[in-house]
Write a new protein. Structure first.
Length: 373
């Protein structure tokens, strides 16, 4: 499969001093859905805007469909962009909004009608064509904005946080529609969001940015299961991962992790080979409350937690508890474990075991790189 977007050694400065992108290198294959994620100010929107030509590149080059577009104007890059605020013309009907870009490019009227009909059918907006944006809901307006990109048949689709203005229910529904749309039209897409749930559900690959640097890129489950560092581990996953700072003592076959006044025995479990300070990462589902009977009552007693708060979600429960002087989040959808968690009250002590195949060890320094064990 050919490369549709290639970025080489791209950096961006403001006022020649403030660096917001640091030597970015990445490739996006044809028909791939790439998602850029990271906290506010990490550089993801700036990167998207440099691809679009809305921001000048300080260093490096950008290639779209094999063509160097670094110095080209946005209109000459063969891209289609969907903005956060829809960017629809309020005085035009939906049909006129869809047709505008094609008309400006001198596309024949019959071809414009064909493209509008195709996009309207894909997005199920046929009944809105004669309405104006003010007569549409937020979700309907977003569909029209996406439709305006579809009619372009561009080499590259760029999405700048397109769902952030929608309420939670509509955002979830539109996310499903976007995934379905990608399957139907197979467009190469670069999508920016701060919402890691969107990233996990939509992406073929995710690029995690922080401070203008790429922290890690890979398939969603690769980032979830093997985060490159503490930042990626904390950003990918909801509820967020639990971190415990401590010292691991390794003596022969024995390994004991000391965390505050508590300790966990990792003898016989994966662990770093050398004694030293580490950060232990535990996903909320990796901490399993021991039930009163059955298979869920089995397992080594690894830690005891004091209940602070229960958050029932119907199909699962999130519990906030205290361990070694800090808060810890536990998640379970197992019926027998749920029964114990649902009965628990604030201040109760629960016995827990750990999923020893789901441990994450990180260096106890600022970089927090992953330690493979």
């Amino acid at each position: 499969m050919q490369t549709q977007l290639k970025i080489t050694h791209l950096s961006k400065f403001y006022d020649k001093r403030v660096r917001v992108l640091n030597d970015i290198n990445l490739e996006v294959k044809e028909r791939e859905f790439l998602v850029l994620v990271g906290p506010s100010g990490c550089g993801k929107s700036t990167l998207l805007r440099t691809i679009a030509g809305l921001e000048e590149v300080s260093e490096g080059e950008i290639f779209i469909a094999g063509r160097n577009v670094t110095e080209l104007q946005p209109r000459d890059r063969d891209i289609a962009m969907v903005f956060q605020d829809y960017a629809l013309y309020p005085h035009m009907t939906v049909k006129e909004n869809l047709a505008f870009g094609l008309r400006m490019r001198g596309t024949p009227a019959q071809k414009i009608d064909e493209e509008i009909e195709r996009a309207a059918k894909i997005l199920k907006i046929e009944s809105y064509l004669d309405r104006k944006p003010s007569q549409l809901s937020g979700g309907q307006r977003q569909r029209v904005a996406i439709g305006r990109a579809i009619v372009r048949r561009a080499s590259l689709f760029l999405f700048d946080e397109p769902l952030s203005n929608l309420d939670a229910k509509l955002r979830s529904q539109t996310r499903i529609e976007l995934a379905d749309l990608h399957q139907k039209i197979g467009a190469t897409s670069v999508y920016v969001t701060h919402d890691q749930v969107e990233a996990m559900t939509l992406a073929d690959r995710i690029v995690v940015l922080n401070g203008g640097d790429i922290q890690q890129m890979g398939a969603p489950l690769e980032l979830y299961n093997r985060p490159a560092n503490k930042f990626v581990a904390s950003f990918i996953g909801s509820p967020t991962i639990n971190f415990f700072e401590g010292k691991l003592d390794v003596t022969g076959d024995q390994a004991i992790f000391h965390c505050g006044n508590s300790h966990i025995d990792f003898t016989g479990a994966p662990h770093p080979a050398q004694t030293g300070s580490y950060t232990l990462g535990l996903r909320p589902e990796a901490i399993k409350v021991l039930a009163k009977s059955g298979r869920e009552a089995e397992g080594k007693l690894d830690l005891e937690v004091d209940v602070l708060l229960r958050e029932p979600h119907g199909h699962e429960v999130h519990m906030v508890a205290s361990y070694a002087g800090q808060q810890v989040v536990i998640r379970s959808a197992n019926p027998k474990r749920l029964a114990v968690m649902n009965e628990a009250k604030r201040g109760d002590r629960l016995r827990c075991t750990l999923d020893r195949e789901a441990l994450h060890w990180f260096a106890a320094d600022e970089e927090g790189r992953r330690i493979d064990v």
